[in-house]
Design a protein. Sequence first.
Length: 147
Amino acid sequence: MTKRMSVAWLMLVFVVSGFYPVHAADAVVPAMLTITNVRDEAMGYANDVSFFEGATLRLTNCVMYAGSSTNSARQALNSITIQVTTVNSSTSHTYAGSAQVETNGTWSCDAIVPTNSGQLYLQVKITDVNTNVFIYPWKILNHKAAL
């Protein structure tokens, strides 16, 4: 068998068997937001950036505190359920958050920015295994329509 026929045969075997190199799919990184949740804080803006409606928003490296200031202990998240709710005048969506590091109160969540106009709020709720619940104060989320 000639070298050219060997290469052709090998290529045919790879194609027929389905074993050929496939390029990995590229990933789209969503807009990111980091918030700090403190008990007894006043309702305020999550930050000063406007996020596009209908886009994924990745809440990451967020921190929640067990007390009324950032000098308080961080909320332990072992066996704690985290829920993030986005709501405006006509829609409400709840997303499951997850602890990034259970012992230091850091968490993350992917959410979709609602597409309806109006004031948009974001709220974090935690529940322990005994069904005790704490709801952190609202954060106002700036948003704008996508083109």
